[in-house]
Design a binder for this molecule. Structure first.
Ligand SMILES: [Zn+2]
Length: 435
């Protein structure tokens, strides 16, 4: 397999397979256990290869492994901290068997091959719990398999681990503390949207306010947030109303997927604070999306309190990052305080070493220079000025101009904070905004 780096890279390729510990699959996250005994042929053909390729991806800290049906086989791609790397190549038959067995393990319908499906598998690798999500997308060449890997033990969960600064946390508390209005969290694909939303919910002071979730939050266990029992026959509107009557100050609602959801949630936001995620590439698009969904500038202006969006950025490896004294002109240009003594960057590469210097490989990041990701945040607040913009001329430019006027938190500003704190580099910040 062609791969630029990895924990096991130092091992010779041929003994690598023997050393790789195999993941154990423990059945679907929701639903009944799969009937492996009814599919002996599929188990024989697919189970071991499926375990091998997933274990390999997990051992390399990949968050995504994708197998795309191409020509006579399957072409693999992995994503590690948001960067793409080549993945395994499989023969058509083996790729099919791997796809089908993972569908079976995730509790999906293996007979269905024409429609998208999504499910998750509980798993364990090297003593750590994982959630492996299986996403199936039909293509003209066959089913595309996307495997999302989450280490349930190490995934960020507290607001500061997720990247929410003290100032932003304070702001969220203040906004949710009014006990009314909608706080929307939006983001694009693979932006860590649910993680950010959980961070926003956790930023609310659950000691002081009654915070309830009205849906199954899956593997997220959110401290001090009570799950409100939803009756099967009750729709979203009724469930929110019942929850609000039982003294909820803040309701964590399921992801908004339709016009109907958006209208129900925004209207209910006059009786308690509501938090929900929804897909939109950034905060400005999110605000416009809500106007489109509800068909009412007035409803958005009066019942939305904040729109939060996040974008992921790689963190510098704490073991090998290097400090440098920034040029004062550069600091002025990018808007960092002139007192900033040191910034950090990815260390010099072997080819850039000066004479006499030696190169020691970094065991922590395998010389990638970065390890893990953190989110940068943007916050649109419904200030008086912003309400006026939404009511009269809600264009992207007008919204951005108002954000600037009211000095709101932007991704750029929050990213610079991470640079100033030495968590990431200026180069990484630039790369993130280019990509
Ligand atoms: Zn390192």
């Amino acid at each position: 397999m062609i791969f630029g780096f990895g924990k096991k890279k130092q091992d010779a390729d041929d003994d690598r397979d023997e050393e790789l510990e195999l993941i154990t699959f423990q059945g679907p996250v929701s639903g009944s256990p799969p009937k492996l005994n009814d599919n002996p042929g599929l188990v024989r053909a697919g189970l071991v290869p499926a375990k091998e390729i997933v274990s390999d991806a997990v051992s390399r800290d990949a968050q995504l492994l994708r197998l795309d049906p191409k020509g006579a086989g399957y072409l693999g791609m992995m994503m590690v901290d948001g960067m793409k790397y080549p993945g395994p190549r499989l023969q058509k038959q083996q790729g099919n068997a791997v796809t089908q067995i993972l569908k079976l393990l995730a509790g999906l319908n293996i007979q269905e091959r024409k429609r998208p499906q999504r499910g998750s598998i509980k798993a364990e690798y090297e003593g750590q719990p994982y959630e492996i999500s299986i996403d199936i997308t039909p293509t003209p060449n066959g089913e595309r398999l996307s495997i999302y890997i989450i280490n349930l033990k190490t995934r960020p969960n507290k607001p500061d681990e997720i990247g929410i600064s003290e100032e932003l946390k304070e702001k969220i508390r203040e906004i949710a503390g009014t006990r009314e209005g909608f706080i929307g969290v939006c983001g694009g694909p693979r932006s860590g949207l649910t993680t950010s939303t959980v961070g926003v919910v956790r930023s609310v002071d659950a000691y002081v306010y009654g915070v309830y979730s009205i849906f199954d939050t899956g593997t997220w266990d959110i401290p001090y947030v009570t799950e409100f029992e939803r009756e099967a026959e009750h729709d979203l509107e009724t469930t929110i109303a019942r929850c609000q009557r039982s003294e909820a100050d803040v309701v964590y609602a399921p992801p908004i997927k339709s016009e109907e959801d958006a209208k129900v949630i925004l209207e209910a936001a006059s009786k308690s604070a509501l938090i929900a995620e929804f897909p939109a590439k950034d905060a400005v698009s999110g605000l416009l999306q809500l106007i489109k969904w509800t068909g009412s500038q007035e409803l958005v202006a009066s019942n939305v309190n904040a729109i939060i969006t996040s974008k992921l950025i790689r963190k510098l490896c704490p073991s090998c990052k290097q400090a440098y004294a920034p040029n004062p002109k550069l600091l002025a240009k990018i808007g960092l305080p002139k007192e900033t003594k040191a910034l950090y960057r990815h260390r010099v590469q072997p080819q850039e070493l000066q004479k006499g210097e030696t190169w020691d490989s970094c065991p922590k990041c395998q010389d990638v220079g970065y390890q893990g990701q953190v989110a940068m945040f943007e916050l649109i607040e419904m200030t008086e000025g912003m309400e006026e913009v939404i009511r009269t001329k809600p264009s992207p430019d007008a919204i951005r101009a108002q954000m600037k006027k009211d000095d709101m938190l932007t991704l750029q500003k929050d990213g610079l904070r991470l640079v100033e704190e030495g968590i990431t580099s200026l180069e990484e910040l630039q790369r993130t905004f280019k990509s």
